[in-house]
Design a protein around this ligand. Structure first.
Ligand code: NAG
Ligand code: NAG
Ligand code: NAG
Ligand code: NAG
Ligand code: NAG
Ligand code: NAG
Ligand code: NAG
Ligand code: NAG
Length: 412
């Protein structure tokens, strides 16, 4: 069309009729296209505005006109984030809920409510998201996520509360309990409302590793969490919070126990059915009580390929919680792992379970032997005597003497 129009103008009278016809045709074509586009757009706009309640529309437009910088009134979501619109409590509470901006960055900085209805698949997908843009649109204070995997009560709770006190800005707590278990803690405790949606756990089965991943994923939803520690109800801290925090935040390495054990308790649990993806020389063992940084946490919850091999082929006497993360990290991220745990444990008594310490065993000398253990260890490639930040296993009876000694021996 364009070429025809330009050429024929120069050719003269005999083609003028053809030219007119061409011009008319192209005009008609453009006109018709315009009508079609116009109709389509207006139906979109109609549908869009019809779906918005008029109150939301008018209030957001007036806020835009007054002060653009005042985000508090820029309500863009007219439905309750928690989804329980049906609640018939008082109007003010309802309005407050309705007016909350569900898309605000606050939801990433500190998710307000840990309860959600996501399945593990949905949760892991959601938690695996990484911003592509450098920096943060808020002042980010990196936090340590303390993730407790418990079988119910947390007997050492008062000791942890004492340890956390005054440092709330630098930490988040997550607790995975048996489903239906309700932790009864006071509303000023860092443990208050920190139970994540939990599922049944069987020790030694893949359900245990599922629970570890569920803790990691829930903690990843808070973009300020930078380091992730897995703890049990029998774990205690052995240094004060500032020591633990700076040790973890400033470490170039994550602390996941990962070693090659050439016995039936190590390599003996490897299954050739994992070939060709997992080979015997990849296989590692290690304590489940890990500490990882954000990057590794995202790799762990994002993996399905290798995890599904463990779920299929690592069955008793193979225990995924002792092999999956140590092996997976060894295969892909070994260079950023210190290959040691920061949680002290005593295997010296022999047998399948480590020693449990009760009230009678807690002395200043004992605690100091954990704090300044001469075990060779490196911190950021330098030798150090500070190898352990936490210790297990402690019976409930150890709580009273530990509370007694915490300020003089452990500095909190
Ligand atoms: C925002 O709301 C507050 C009270 O909720 C009101 O005082 C203020 O004028 C409102 N600001 C704008 C820009 O509408
Ligand atoms: C969190 O959400 C759940 C369900 O949506 C609700 O029952 C609970 O009260 C909420 N907690 C807080 C602190 O808002
Ligand atoms: C929760 O703890 C408080 C104070 O310790 C106690 O009074 C209350 O009975 C407990 N509630 C339940 C359900 O255990
Ligand atoms: C924590 O303990 C260290 C010694 O281990 C001490 O130097 C530091 O002052 C303590 N921090 C606080 C806040 O008590
Ligand atoms: C941990 O082990 C890996 C092998 O998986 C090795 O590459 C890495 O250097 C070790 N880390 C340290 C700190 O030695
Ligand atoms: C703890 O103390 C009791 C009683 O003194 C003793 O029998 C036990 O061996 C001690 N446990 C450990 C692990 O040292
Ligand atoms: C270090 O801990 C081990 C137990 O894991 C213990 O046997 C040893 O005595 C401790 N070392 C020191 C110097 O306290
Ligand atoms: C606490 O320590 C004091 C002395 O330091 C001691 O007399 C007391 O028995 C200890 N209490 C417990 C529960 O260990």
């Amino acid at each position: 069309m364009a070429r025809g129009r330009a050429g024929e103008k120069e050719e003269g009278e005999k083609h003028i009729g053809l030219l007119k016809l061409a011009q008319t045709l192209s005009f008609l074509l453009i006109f018709m296209a315009g009508i079609i586009i116009g109709l389509a757009a207006s139906s979109h706009i109609d549908r869009y505005f019809n779906s918005l309640p008029t109150t939301t529309f008018s209030s957001s437009s007036s806020a835009t006109l007054q002060t653009v910088s005042d985000y508090s009134n820029c309500t863009v979501i007219h439905r309750d984030c928690t989804g329980d619109d049906e609640n018939h409590d008082d109007d003010a509470a309802k309005r407050k809920r309705r007016d909350r901006d569900c898309w605000s960055v606050d939801g990433f900085v500190r998710p307000e409510n840990l309860s959600h209805g996501m399945s593990d698949d949905e949760l892991f997908w959601r938690a695996s998201m990484v911003p592509a843009k450098e920096g943060y649109p808020y002042e980010r204070v990196p936090k340590v996520a303390f993730m407790f995997l418990t079988r119910g009560p947390l007997p050492m709770l008062p000791l942890w509360e004492k340890f956390f006190r005054g440092n709330e800005k630098y930490l988040s707590v997550y607790v995975h309990t048996p489903p239906g278990y309700d932790m009864n803690v006071s509303s000023d405790s860092p443990f208050y409302d920190r139970q994540i949606p939990s599922q049944k756990v069987e020790w030694g089965s893949p359900l245990l590793t599922d629970a570890e991943k569920r803790l990691l994923a829930n903690a990843l939803l808070d973009f300020s969490n930078e380091r992730f520690v897995l703890l049990s109800e029998s774990c205690v801290p052995v240094y004060n919070f500032s020591t633990v925090y700076s040790y973890l935040i400033n470490s170039a390495y994550s602390f996941v126990d990962s070693y090659d054990e050439p016995t039936r308790y190590g390599r003996g649990r490897y299954s050739r059915k994992m070939l060709p993806d997992i080979k015997l020389h990849h296989w590692r063992k290690g304590s489940q009580w890990f500490e990882v940084n954000r990057k590794l946490a995202i790799y762990i919850i994002s993996d399905s390929k290798y995890y599904s091999l463990f779920k299929q082929f690592c069955r008793p006497a193979c225990y995924p919680d002792e092999h999956y993360i140590p092996t997976f990290l060894n295969m892909f991220h070994g260079s950023v792992n210190a290959n040691r745990s920061v949680t002290w444990v005593d295997w010296s008594i022999g047998g399948p379970h480590p020693a449990t310490y009760g009230a009678d065993n807690i002395t200043e000398g004992f605690l100091q032997s954990i704090r300044k253990n001469e075990t060779d260890c490196l911190y950021n490639e330098e030798p150090t005597s500070l190898c352990f930040l936490f210790a297990r296993k402690f019976a409930p009876s150890a709580l009273a003497p530990l509370m007694n000694l915490s300020s003089t021996v452990m500095g909190f």
